[in-house]
Ligand binder design. Structure first.
Ligand code: SAM
Ligand code: DTB
Ligand code: SF4
Length: 315
C-alpha cells in the first residue's frame, strides 16, 4: 500500500463518518499489514524543565499566562537525576525516553547545552532519546541529531481553524516550520494533537489530514485526550467520548499506515476496554510510567496487567 499525502478533506471525513465498527475493521486490517498487531512501544516521559512557559496554550498547566499548578518556573533538572530516571525507565521496559521542557523555543546557551548532555547520556544508555522543547531552528536540530537524538516531539495540537481559539502566542505556520527543521536534520518527527478541546469532528479530520500531508509522515503520532487542569482556560471543557478517540486512532492508522500511533495524555481516564478498542484500531504505543510531565499516567503495574490481559507485548 502506498503512502498518500494528498487525502482530500471530503475523503477523510467520509472515512471518519463510517459506522464505527467498519472504520475499526478497516484500520485493523491496515494495521496488521504494516505492524505486529500485538507489539506496543513504551515511551517514558520526564519533565526536565518544568513550568513558567511564556506561551499561552489554553490546555497547559505550565503556562505562565494561566493560574495552573506549574505557572511558576522551576530550575533545570540535573544530569544525574535524568540518568537515574532513564535507568528506571529502561529497567521497567521502556524503549524510548522523552524529555520535555516548558519552553516557547530553544535558546542557545547553558540550558540547551545541558539538554544536549542529557540526550548524549540517554542515547548512550541504549534508549531512543526524544525531546520536546518548543520551536527549534535548523542548526539546533542538527546539533540534537549529532548528540544522538532519535525523535523530536512537536504537536500541531488541533486543526489550523481551531488553533487560534486555543493559542495566540504562536502560529500554526511556526509549528510547521519547526517540523520542517526537525525533518531536514534527519530526526524523526513525533507530531500529533489533543482531542477534547471543544473542536468539531471536522477539526479532528483536518488535523489528521494535515499530519498525513507531511512528507515524510510523522514517525509517531501522539493522540492526547485533554487533561483538564484546574486554573487553565480549558479546565471546564466537557467530557470527551472515548469512542471519538477510537475513531481518531482508526483514522490516523488509515491515513498514516506506517506511523506509530501513541495513546498519550488522558489514558488514566480511559477504561481498559476503550484502550483495547484503540489497540485494535491501530494504536501501538503508550506513554509508560506513573507520571506524564506534570500530571499522572496509569501506574506501571496496571499497564503491565493490561498488557498481559490483552496478550500484548513490548515492541
Ligand atoms: N513546550 C513544548 C511545546 O509545547 O512544544 C513542549 C512541552 S508541551 C507540554 C508538549 C505537549 O503536551 C503539547 O504540545 C500538548 O500537545 C501536550 N499537552 C500539554 N498539556 C496537556 C494537557 N493538559 N492535556 C493533554 N495534552 C497536553
Ligand atoms: C505529547 O503529545 N504528550 C506528552 C508529550 N507529547 C510531551 C505530554 C502530555 C502532557 C500532559 C500534561 C502534563 O502532564 O503536564
Ligand atoms: Fe505548555 Fe508547551 Fe504551550 Fe509552553 S509551549 S504553554 S509548555 S504546551
Amino acid at each position: 500500500m502506498t503512502i498518500r499525502h494528498d487525502w482530500s478533506l471530503d475523503e477523510v471525513i467520509a472515512l471518519y463518518e463510517q459506522p464505527l465498527l467498519e472504520l475499526v475493521w478497516q484500520a485493523a486490517a491496515v494495521h496488521r499489514q504494516h505492524h505486529d498487531p500485538l507489539a506496543i512501544q513504551r515511551s517514558t516521559l520526564l519533565s526536565v524543565k518544568t513550568g513558567g512557559c511564556s506561551e499561552n496554550c489554553g490546555y497547559c498547566p505550565q503556562s505562565a499566562h494561566h493560574d495552573g499548578p506549574a505557572r511558576k518556573s522551576q530550575g533545570m533538572m540535573s544530569l544525574d537525576d535524568v540518568r537515574l530516571a532513564a535507568t528506571r525507565a529502561k529497567e521497567s521496559g521502556a524503549s524510548r525516553f522523552c524529555m520535555g521542557a516548558a519552553w516557547r523555543e530553544v535558546k542557545d546557551g547553558a540550558q540547551f547545552d545541558s539538554v544536549i548532555e542529557m540526550v548524549e547520556t540517554v542515547s548512550g544508555m541504549g534508549l531512543e532519546a526524544c525531546v520536546t522543547l518548543g520551536m527549534v531552528t535548523a542548526p539546533q536540530a542538527v546539533r540534537l541529531k549529532a548528540a544522538g537524538l532519535t525523535a523530536y516531539n512537536h504537536n500541531l495540537d488541533t486543526s489550523s481553524e481551531h488553533y487560534g481559539a486555543i493559542i495566540s502566542t504562536r502560529t500554526y505556520e511556526d509549528r510547521l516550520q519547526t517540523l520542517a527543521n526537525v525533518q531536514q536534520a534527519g530526526l524523526q518527527a513525533c507530531c500529533g494533537g489533543i482531542l477534547g478541546m471543544g473542536e468539531t469532528a471536522k477539526d479532528r479530520c483536518m488535523l489528521l489530514q494535515t499530519l498525513a500531508s507531511l512528507d515524510p509522515q510523522p514517525e509517531s503520532v501522539p493522540l492526547n485526550v485533554l487533561v483538564r487542569v484546574p486554573g487553565t482556560p480549558l479546565a471546564d471543557a466537557p467530557d470527551f467520548d472515548p469512542l471519538e478517540l477510537v475513531r481518531a486512532v482508526a483514522l490516523a492508522r488509515l491515513l498514516m499506515p506506517k506511523s506509530r500511533v501513541r495513546l498519550s495524555a488522558g489514558r488514566s481516564d480511559l477504561s481498559r476496554e476503550a484502550q483495547a478498542l484503540c489497540f485494535l484500531a491501530g494504536a501501538n504505543s503508550i506513554f509508560f510510567g506513573d507520571q506524564l510531565l506534570t500530571t499522572t499516567n496509569p501506574q506501571v503495574a496496571a499497564d503491565e496487567q493490561l498488557m498481559r490481559d490483552l496478550g500484548l507485548h513490548a515492541a
